[in-house]
Design a binder for this molecule. Sequence first.
Ligand code: ZN
Length: 163
Amino acid sequence: MAFRKLLRLASIYLPPRRRRCVICSRRVHRFLPYRDGLASEAPLMRAVTPDRQRCGQFHVPICGAHDRERHLLLYLRASGLFEAITGLHILHFAPETRLTDLIAKQSPGRHVKCDLLPSASDIQRVDLTAMPFEDASFDLVIANHVLEHVEDDQRALPKLLAF
Ligand SMILES: [Zn+2]
């Protein structure tokens, strides 16, 4: 436990601070690994991924942003979607905490957060294969790292495309 605390502090304060978090804009020496780093990575991922540093660059030691939400924000900005969020109706599955806060600052018209297993009171319990929403009722659907957890993804995908 003391080692993890020391690693976190060193990751924040050691020079040089080459890494910058796109979520909070803070600079750190390095990002922290996912659990036990490469040792906790699934064998299939080890076999198909040439980037051996991926699990070692998982979360930001200051704000806690995970790689998946940093990558999603980069995509949303590069595609112009992030700047276009104002007034949009957004359906967001497994909402990433820090990204959700940034989306709120963009003033969407509606931001419905949902998950099969909600972790907060403002997140609705929704099954991707049996959604309670009307077709074409959202302008943007965010489901990042979600479909791989849905047993019947062939049934879920047409539902997502209907929006
Ligand atoms: Zn950050």
